[in-house]
Design a protein around this ligand. Structure first.
Ligand SMILES: O=C(O)CCC(=O)C1=CC=C[C@@H](O)[C@@H]1C(=O)O
Ligand SMILES: [Mg+2]
Length: 326
């Protein structure tokens, strides 16, 4: 038995934090935070996720709050800027918030937008970064194989580091990987890892060149390290749009990986209009120090979720806890 439900609920707080701009279809991020013997931890599955999917996020929160973290191999992690699907004219404004990041991940294939919007956004990111910067794109599975091939051809002139989840299924990823192999452009899997019944299938099928791993969806730092070890592919650690408490979990995962060849997607506190931490985990000269954070009690009060949302999260946590083997 790791933690009792009573202990978890005793310190639990739910906050509702406005985003600076819309990201993955939301404008407010609701998260639940609680404190274990190892420190503060975060449980923040997106609200539309069902209990079965959310239970892995709870396992992660308990792992970070109640189990000592594995040995750390680095004390800071180089991170990328994350550029939501904003119009090209706003790109510089958004990227100014990511101090010193040499890599930008650009969201593409947003519902309601066109390939021309993506080209304009990626071009603006390249103009901002100059020739030395790295650009990766993330389509969140929004293209079919033909659309992905066409889009990749249109965007390749901006010199892409890799393409994250261009298509939704493992089979489609395999196909697009074959089609663009001649370009030397790596394909990364994200949803095919974190939302899959078998997170290792994409690696076994050779449908990706690298994997994006996220601590909360994969059941925590220890579970993610296990998956990383078995996958045998290069890895990028990325966030789940958490507060600094959840980002700290991701940083500890990144710091424990034997190899870390890419900048990590852990700078997303900069997408929030405020953070819960006294000293937020935001990049300084392109890197974030690996440390735990302590929430600011004033944020708990000023940004407390409304009573009915607080009750919803407590009920959700209780149902997810019942699904865990603790
Ligand atoms: O990887 C990054 O640069 C930041 C994290 C990020 O992009 C995401 C966080 C949360 C939800 C996802 O839709 C999204 C992603 O697809 O990787
Ligand atoms: Mg992604």
């Amino acid at each position: 038995m790791l933690a009792s439900l009573t202990d978890i609920l005793a310190t639990a707080r739910v906050v509702s934090i406005p985003l600076r701009q819309r990201f993955r279809g939301i404008e407010t991020r609701e998260v639940m935070l609680f404190e274990g013997p190892e420190g503060w931890t975060e449980f923040s599955p997106f609200v539309e996720y069902d209990d079965e999917e959310a239970a892995a996020w709870l396992a992660a929160a308990l792992d970070f709050g109640w189990v000592p973290t594995p040995p750390l191999l680095r004390d800071s992690v180089a991170v990328n800027a994350t550029l939501p699907a904003v119009e090209a004219a706003r790109v510089a404004d958004v990227l100014d918030r990511f101090s010193g990041c040499r890599t930008v991940k650009v969201k593409v294939a947003e519902t309601g937008q066109t390939l021309a919007d993506d080209v304009a956004r990626v071009a603006a990111a390249r103009a901002y970064l100059g020739a030395e910067g790295r650009i990766r794109i993330d389509a969140n599975g929004g293209w079919n194989v033909d659309e992905a091939e066409h889009a990749i051809h249109s965007l390749a002139e901006y010199d892409l580091e890799y393409v994250e989840q261009p298509c939704a299924s493992v089979d489609e990823l395999w196909q697009i990987r074959q089609r663009v192999k001649y370009m030397g452009l790596p394909i990364a899997a994200d949803e095919s890892v974190r939302k899959a019944a078998d997170p290792l299938l994409v690696a076994r099928q050779e449908a990706a060149d690298l994997l994006v791993i996220k601590a909360q969806p994969l059941g925590g730092i220890h579970a993610a390290l296990d998956i990383a070890d078995q996958a045998g592919l290069p890895l990028v650690v990325s966030s789940a749009l958490e507060t600094s408490v959840g980002i700290s979990m991701g940083l500890h995962l990144a710091a424990a990986l034997p190899e870390l060849p890419y900048d990590c997607g852990l700078a997303t506190v900069s997408l929030l209009s405020l953070d819960v931490a006294v000293d937020p985990l935001i990049p300084v000269e392109g890197s974030i120090a690996v440390r735990r954070v302590v929430p600011n009690g004033r944020v708990f009060d000023d940004y407390a979720a409304p009573a009915e949302r607080d009750a919803w999260w407590r009920e959700r946590l209780t149902r997810c806890y019942a699904l865990l083997d603790v």
